[in-house]
Design a protein around this ligand. Structure first.
Ligand code: NAG
Ligand code: NAG
Ligand code: NAG
Length: 494
């Protein structure tokens, strides 16, 4: 497995990695690749044809660049660079690159390049799996999202009013290479787009955008030099919540002895929709709910869990005042949470959910040796039609005491990984914990797998019962010994 990183290698990496502070704009994904500050990507490619798709249907912009590239250099090349502004770099997440013509080739290696933190242009470097020979072509599919990139305008709306969001981008896809032909498609959630930039046509090209229902197309544009930019601003209706999780702490606790796996997710959730222009009016809200009109408030959160999940619990920080519903049968296990108040723009909602499951469904013992393979979802947050973005995720997998040789694999881009000892009641050496950190992740990554392998020596399984047994014997002996003494506290005799 290519992605299987050893804990040791990762440990040394983790120390150099930045973790985003809660609430702050996250720093760019760091990379070990540091380039001189006068770095300019070598002009080894041209973009023969490029389609940039900007999807605004969810509460975060999701972009895709499909580009046919050609090696224009004299020898084979395997490094392709994409530029981002430093603001984009701080909020970009989940960048993935595939070969459009060969999806089985898997994900290409892509990493943020750090070369001059003062420069407004930063780069991602894509490494082609095979160097591209001169004059040959390849089709890249590059996808990513931006967090906190949509601004409500106006910033305050009434509780029954529509909300509009503003997004800015370039009609020319930012590129470090010459682009011969390109267009930018924007997919809106509806046809209600009251404001958008018009780009005049030139050299016989027609004016942009061309409108087709909820899809606007800028271009196509002819040959453009590297770095060409054409700012565009769009303002469109989005009367839905903008759900942002500034921090998710997820614990997955494996217990061989109990045959149980316990999940707990602790969310610091915010609604980044427009703030209310007046105080919340509960009577007006209640009278409208029968029609269930579109709203910027979060009314409920739905968690489709794995079939077989059981004993769910849910608490918000204010106490158990929200209602929750759990539906579980052979086909589904759905947890639904309804906060007592709808959560409007500018409001926070910290809460935790947890549940148990049968360990057998997630853990497999290798046929030979003492190895185990654990396969769990990396993220199981709420599944909402409007989407959820996560600024900082800390996932902790707590393995049994004595587990060793921990390795992991996931396609979720990580910024940190660490193996530590986690001590709880009745532990002798402490339980092995794997902590993974990711930033700027969107709910498209929900249900991505995390595979953890570890060795768990046969005798380690007896450590806990043995400790408990010894402790009991100890208490017993002590009680027996003390029993003979008169240590009772006697009341004062009158
Ligand atoms: C986070 O924000 C605080 C002030 O709001 C600032 O002092 C601090 O340097 C920031 N941290 C990072 C990592 O940007
Ligand atoms: C909330 O509290 C009630 C009674 O105390 C309990 O029956 C219910 O299960 C709790 N709900 C959750 C989701 O914890
Ligand atoms: C919206 O409300 C939040 C919380 O009350 C506040 O921190 C924020 O500054 C408000 N935003 C605007 C634009 O007024």
């Amino acid at each position: 497995m290519k992605l299987l990183a050893t804990a040791a290698a990762v440990l040394s990496f983790a120390s150099t990695v930045l973790c985003a502070e809660k609430g702050n704009l996250t720093k760019p994904l760091t990379s070990r690749l540091i380039l001189p500050s006068n770095f300019k990507p070598p002009q080894n490619f041209k973009n023969v044809n490029l389609v940039h798709i900007i999807n605004l249907e969810k509460s975060y912009p999701k972009e895709q660049i499909n580009v046919l590239i050609e090696n224009t250099a004299k020898d084979a090349q395997d490094e392709y660079f994409i530029p981002f502004t430093s603001q984009q770099m701080a909020t970009i997440g989940g960048l993935e690159v595939k070969d459009r013509k060969d999806p089985d080739a898997g994900l290409f290696d892509a990493e943020a390049v750090e070369f001059d933190s003062e420069s407004d242009t930063q780069f991602y470097r894509i490494r082609l799996p095979k160097p591209l020979a001169p004059k040959t072509q390849q089709t890249l599919g590059i996808s990513y999202s931006y967090l906190s990139a949509l601004e409500p305008l106006p910033k305050h709306v009434g509780q029954q009013e529509s909300q509009y969001l503003v997004y800015t981008f370039s009609a020319y896809c930012p590129s470090t290479y010459v682009t011969l032909k390109q267009k930018t498609e924007v997919k809106f959630p509806s046809t209600n787009v009251p404001e958008y930039t018009i780009v005049p046509g030139s050299k016989g090209e027609s004016e942009s955008p061309q409108k087709q229902g909820a899809k606007f197309t800028y271009g196509s544009f002819g040959e453009l030099p590297a770095g060409a930019v054409e700012p565009v601003k769009v303002r469109y209706e989005f009367t839905k919540p903008v759900i942002h999780v500034s921090r998710l702490e997820r614990d997955i606790e494996v217990s061989h002895w109990g045959g149980n796996i316990a999940f707990e997710d602790r969310f610091t959730l915010h609604n980044h929709a427009a703030n209310l222009s007046k105080n919340f009016d509960r009577v007006q809200w209640a009278s409208q709910q029968y029609y269930s009109p579109p709203s910027t408030a979060i009314k409920e959160l739905k968690f489709p869990l794995r079939v077989g999940s059981q004993d769910p619990y849910f608490t918000d920080v204010i106490g158990n005042v929200s209602t929750s519903r759990f539906r579980s049968n052979k086909r589904e296990a759905n947890l639904e949470i309804k906060p007592r108040y709808p959560i409007f723009g500018g409001w926070n909602y910290p809460f935790r959910v947890g549940w148990n499951a049968d360990l057998k469904k997630f853990l497999r013992k290798l046929k030979t040796g003492q190895g185990y393979v654990l396969n769990v979802p990396f993220l199981e947050g709420p599944k909402q039609p409007e989407g959820v973005s996560y600024e900082h995720i800390e996932l902790r997998v707590i393995l049994p005491e004595g587990a060793e040789n921990v390795q992991y694999s996931t396609t979720v881009p990580l910024v940190g990984a660490e193996v530590t000892l986690h001590r709880t009641f009745m532990d002798t050496t402490g339980r092995t914990a794997l902590t993974l950190t990711a930033i700027n992740i969107v709910d498209d990554f929900r249900d991505r797998e995390l595979i953890v392998t570890y060795d768990y020596p046969f005798l380690a399984g007896f450590r806990k019962p043995l400790v408990i047994f010894t402790a009991f014997v100890g208490v017993f002996c002590a009680a027996w010994a003390i029993g003979g003494l008169d240590v009772g506290i006697h009341g004062k005799k009158k």
